[in-house]
Design a binder for this molecule. Structure first.
Ligand code: CP
Ligand code: NVA
Length: 321
């Protein structure tokens, strides 16, 4: 049985198998097959959501399923019922689950105990549906493969979104530059795992290094503190919120330490002339991106948001094929 629990767990061939189906789902939105007819899927969310919730509810219905939205705090899970018990109950009643939560181990355990196709709709560790969508959007907008290109992420480079980007770079073969203060680089254990067996093995973050260049699978990872250096000749500039869900108590410190790690017109000028600017949304103007840049690139950014629908249909169709 297939699941989408992380990009780390997928091969480059898996990623391409999903990406290859998205354009068809987008083109034939009302006429494509309905592989979920007669099924019931649940969305189980412990965190807020606009895009993910709506795109999965609509997409699963368009694939033929009945859909129920379960706010985790409304079911017994919110009162402490273990995830493995919740999973064993739902697994006997429904056909698939889409889960947004904190711990990655919760989606892994749910999939193991429910024994139904399970999708990670964002955990503290990864946001795989978002990054698959972003890659589809890049290739759709540019009309060429992301393989061999340079993606620059600016901001909190330790959170779920850049970590999923890191695994995508390793699997699909592009360069990912992460520009952030060192405390906001991805966890060393992740970088070590990604660079295992590579020509440039991971040696640990050292005090004076501002740039690390590592081979990760089929791709490259560059860790920088200088965002201007990171933006040079990039094909895609990308950012995400400075304060992820669950990190609200660190808000003051994060706003202080991440100040300046912003996509704005000056940074865009350093990238390639045809570079795209993307944001997974929600966007906090004046923080990780400025208002003028959101509006100048709104067509790309909101096409990216729409593409969540088409990409997630491709993900689910791949899971149940
Ligand atoms: N980008 C994203 O996942 O948005 P939501 O939090 O609104 O679902
Ligand atoms: N890193 C953000 C992504 C929101 C879609 C968060 O986890 O809140």
């Amino acid at each position: 049985m297939k699941h989408l629990l992380s990009l780390e767990a997928l091969s480059g061939a898996d990623l391409r198998a999903i990406l290859n189906r998205v354009a068809d789902f987008k083109r034939n939105r009302t006429t494509h097959a309905k592989p979920l007819l007669g099924q019931t899927w649940a969305l189980i969310f412990s965190k807020s959501s606009t895009r993910t919730r709506v795109s999965f509810e609509v997409g699963l219905r368009e694939l033929g399923a009945n859909v129920m939205f379960l706010n985790a705090s409304d079911i017994q899970l919110g009162r402490g019922e273990p995830i493995k018990d919740t999973a064993r109950v739902l697994g006997r009643m429904i056909h698939g689950a889409v889960i947004r939560t904190f711990a990655q181990s919760d989606v892994v355990d749910f999939a193991a105990y429910a024994k139904i196709p399970t999708v990670n709709a964002l955990t503290d560790d990864e946001h795989p549906c978002q990054i698959l969508t972003d890659i589809f959007t890049f290739e759709e907008q540019r009309g060429e493969s992301i393989t061999g290109k340079t993606v620059t992420f600016v901001g909190d480079a330790a959170c779920n979104v850049p970590v999923s980007w890191l695994w995508a770079a390793a699997r699909l073969g592009f360069t990912l530059r992460l520009a952030a203060p060192k405390a906001y680089w991805p966890d060393e254990a992740i970088v070590k795992r990604a660079s295992a067996g590579s020509a440039l093995p991971w040696s640990g973050y050292s005090a004076d290094q501002v740039v690390e260049r590592l081979s990760i699978g089929a791709g490259m990872l560059e860790l920088l503190t200088d965002l201007n250096l990171a933006a040079r000749q990039a094909d895609l500039l990308y950012t995400d919120v400075w304060v992820s869900m669950g990190k609200e108590s660190e808000s003051t410190q994060r706003l202080k330490e991440l100040t300046g790690y912003q996509i704005n017109a000056d940074l865009v000028k350093l990238a390639k002339p045809n570079a795209l600017v993307m944001h997974c949304l929600p966007a906090y103007r004046g923080k990780e991106i400025d208002e003028a840049t959101v509006e100048a690139h709104a067509d790309t950014i909101f096409t990216e948001a729409e593409n969540r629908l088409h990409t997630q249909k491709a993900i689910v169709a791949w899971l149940v094929e």
